[in-house]
Design a protein around this ligand. Structure first.
Ligand SMILES: Cc1ncc(COP(=O)(O)O)c(C=O)c1O
Length: 413
């Protein structure tokens, strides 16, 4: 017996989610992390200790901390954000969320209506782009350079909107290890961005979820820390520094905005056990865990860059990122990475095609994003070799694989 729900479904729903078919053999997609670096023993000890001490507080929604999230976790964040990002706020200005995706939804939820306009980095997080599209919001893409958001282009876009009487709702930026390009915006550009935003009375939506993953551990202060007009909403996550499946992120904003977002947070609290385990683990071990994690990530990046050089030669162009989990790669113009994605998947290699990570589909046509955190070193080498074979078969490039001229491939130029 199957009941037909189809005529009852609300109009305007997104397409149904595809059935999960398991992980591909060589998985370079998504923001997954390095399995070896999940601090499993530390988390076991943390869960045990915190449950023994405070387990009975699970009897109430929000533990004994209220709706903003487990107080010791907010206190850990308070100290961490001050130390690393220069942010000074109170623990009532931090709202714990179910991943930073929920943080994005809550910020969007209080600010955006269909027909609104926002400014966004031209290459950016797909999850941010799909949400804006679903909300009926116009996303104006601002090109990037090696230091992130280009302020000349942002100025031009702000002036253009002003001339058309449109006040953008925010500038969304990932200034510290940008997704997908990996750039870090320097302090001077941050200062200029804040000045520009202030002149135009536009808030900045700062997504800082990769800021812990910088190889040399040095980061500029957060935009939230540097701004004086209070117009920055900052979000972060434990997904990249500890583990994405825990689903714990956070928002830092003024209390009035936090209260507005809390009124929209309809899950009656982010998973308590995850928050308790993170607070207990991070208070004691975060600062030693992160350099261990980044050492492993950096080694994988080296493996990926070496594999690309060997298999694609000069056909794969990229800037070495100073941190993070992604490499953003330009292939020759002949390559359409959306077509490459389908052909590669059939061969067991999953990649993210550039156009899904950009507001400028033509610019991103021959670009792709590879996540190097999740596959093992061996999988990286084999996956890139398979990808090069598929790419040569479909598009004639690279002409040389592992420096051997392939029959039927285009002659090297
Ligand atoms: C820029 C950016 N923001 C937010 C997220 C969402 O992460 P989570 O919900 O796991 O915190 C991601 C995930 O990849 C991301 O890349």
């Amino acid at each position: 017996m199957s009941f037909d729900f189809a005529p009852l479904l609300r109009p305007g729903l997104p397409p149904a989610a595809a059935k999960w078919a398991g992980f591909p053999q060589y998985n370079f997609i998504g923001g997954n992390n390095d399995a070896e670096s999940v601090p499993v023993d530390g988390l076991i000890a943390a869960v045990t200790a915190v449950l023994k001490r405070e387990g009975s507080t699970l009897a109430t929604y929000g533990l004994a901390s209220g709706p903003l999230g487990y107080r010791p976790l907010r206190e850990f964040l308070l100290a961490k954000l001050r130390r690393d990002a220069g942010i000074s706020c109170s623990s009532d200005e931090i709202l714990i969320t179910s991943g930073s995706l929920q943080a994005i939804d809550l910020v969007n939820g209080i600010l955006l209506a269909p027909g609104d306009t926002v400014l966004i980095e031209q290459e950016t997080y797909q999850g941010a782009l799909t949400r804006l599209a679903r909300l009926g919001v116009t996303a104006v893409g601002i090109p990037l350079d090696r230091e992130g958001l280009r302020l000349d282009a942002l100025t031009a876009a702000l002036d253009d909107l002003k001339a058309r009487n449109i006040r953008p709702k925010y500038v969304y930026t990932i200034p510290t290890v940008q997704n997908p390009t990996g750039t870090i915006m320097g302090e001077q550009r941050r200062r200029e961005l804040l000045a520009l935003a202030e002149i135009h009375a536009v808030p900045i939506f700062e997504d800082d979820c990769y800021a812990d993953l910088i190889w040399d551990g040095r980061r500029p202060p957060a935009l939230h820390a540097m701004n004086r007009h209070g117009g920055v909403i900052h979000i972060g996550s434990f997904s990249k520094s500890i583990a994405p499946a825990l689903r714990v992120g956070y928002i830092v904003a003024g209390q009035e905005m936090i209260a507005r977002m809390l009124a929209l947070k309809i899950d009656a609290g982010t998973g308590a056990l995850e928050q308790m385990a993170l607070a207990e683990f991070c208070a004691a071990h975060f600062t030693e865990h992160v350099p261990r994690l980044t050492r492993g990530l950096r080694a994988k990046l080296e493996t990926l860059m070496a594999a690309l050089a060997e298999q694609f030669g000069t056909a794969a162009e990229f800037d070495e990122p100073p941190g993070g989990i992604f490499l953003w790669i330009k292939l020759p113009e002949a390559v359409d990475t959306q077509k490459l994605t389908l052909a590669a998947l059939a061969a067991g290699v999953a990649i993210n095609p550039g156009p899904e990570w950009s507001t400028n589909k033509a610019y991103a046509k021959s670009r792709m994003r590879l996540c190097f955190a999740s596959p093992s070193a061996e999988e990286i080498r084999r996956g890139v070799a398979t990808l090069a074979e598929v790419c040569r078969r479909e598009f004639g490039v690279p002409a040389r694989i592992a420096n051997v001229l392939q029959r039927g491939g285009a002659q090297p130029g």
